[in-house]
Design a binder for this molecule. Structure first.
Ligand SMILES: [Zn+2]
Length: 144
């Protein structure tokens, strides 16, 4: 069996993205709160990702960035067998997941500590964050 990212409990990223506007607000909230959070409408409580200026359900412009469980299931995934990014080349093959959180939003996360042959759509995962400075965090997904 091939296990992904066996040694990676920290990110291989060498280039840190510089989010702006609502994305920056979200990442700063994640770093400040020390864990995963999502935009939550103050009027109807809908969780939304990526963040938006108006709630897609009730159009309210009022929201917070609220902590969420990080628990969810694999909605989709892909296996990368090569990478042009030098920092990731030692980690191939690695999995990139779309995780549907219990709170509703779907997010993209990099998988770690998975056995590739065992990965299935619908598999339970936990998403955790790794802060990179004050303005960005990486989403990691691990088996529950
Ligand atoms: Zn709403």
């Amino acid at each position: 069996m091939t296990q992904t990212n066996t040694a990676a409990n920290t990110s291989p990223h060498t280039m840190i993205p510089k989010p702006d506007e609502l994305d920056l607000d979200l990442y700063q909230a994640i770093v400040r709160q020390g864990g995963i959070c999502m935009q939550r409408c103050s009027s109807c409580s809908l969780h939304t990702h990526p963040p938006r200026y108006y709630c897609p359900a009730c159009s309210s412009p009022q929201f917070t960035f609220a902590p969420v469980s990080g628990l969810g299931v694999i909605y989709s995934y892909t296996v990368s067998h090569m990478s042009v990014e030098p920092a990731w080349q030692a980690l191939v093959p690695f999995l990139t997941l779309v995780v549907e959180l219990q709170e509703g939003p779907r997010i993209v996360a990099t998988a770690r500590n998975f056995e590739l042959p065992t990965v299935k759509i619908g598999m339970a995962v936990r998403v955790i964050t790794e802060a990179k400075g004050t303005d960005f965090a990486i989403f990691w997904a691990e088996p529950q």
